[in-house]
Design a protein. Sequence first.
Length: 308
Amino acid sequence: MSLIAILGTLETGLIFGLVALGVFLSFRVLQFPDLTVDGSFPLGAAVSATLIVAGVDPYVSTLAACIAGAGAGLITAWLNVRLNILHLLASILTMIALYSVNLRIMGRPNIALLGENTVFLPLESLPIPTYVALPLVLLVVVILAKIALDMFLGSQIGLAMRASGANARMARAQGINTGFYVLMGMALSNALVAFAGALFAQSQGAADVTMGVGVIVVGLAAVIGGEAVILPRTVFLATIGCIAGSLLYRFAVAMALNADFIGLKAQDLNLITAVLVAAAMVLPTVRAPVKRALSKDRRILARLRMKS
């Protein structure tokens, strides 16, 4: 892989690190399987791209994308909390509806942003190449998002949200309004995903209505893969694992596609994703018996040393 390819993979991995943080919030903290992600990611891209083309400030456009994503998450949570629709079905309904909403927002299947004023335009005036500056800026953004999420989950509101996801019945018995925290958590989760979609569209120079296909799988691959590499004993380690999992996933995909001896092509991306997610899910179950076997061997060696 060339340096430009490595930096491009790093850039994409960092953007999807925001998606992983959003998926972590819904999937792990709230225990809410949320497929809205496949719709809120292109929603963020559609809103930001449409506003930028209309002449709106790119920072305001990106903020509007986050608000739109939060609205999508609120709708999913409202269908579940207020109308008692199964969480998985509620997210599927919102995801399907968002496809038409995104088409309505853009007015066409895709919008080009080449030559438009984006949040990354000031990087072109820096003395370093844009393909180097962009991953550095995204790294700072992802770190700030990670710190903000850690601080939020460590606050009183965050603890109540974590309690709502861990044991809703016990949380209600303690006087916690679990429905409110589900609404808030889903809004924050999809706001993060829409933020990632807005940044992705601006970095790639286009927004497309189909760009959200498979995003939830990528997010789950990052979350599960990160947990397989870094044990999520604390929120701090869990969020680090999400970002690390996203980067590992993108680099694994890039290496697989660039390994000529394997013979994989771009159309095999979904196959690679499925294999990586399956491997990440199997790894923790394989690691436990290996650890037990290694610890048993250490005890045997210790006994032999004592006897000798």
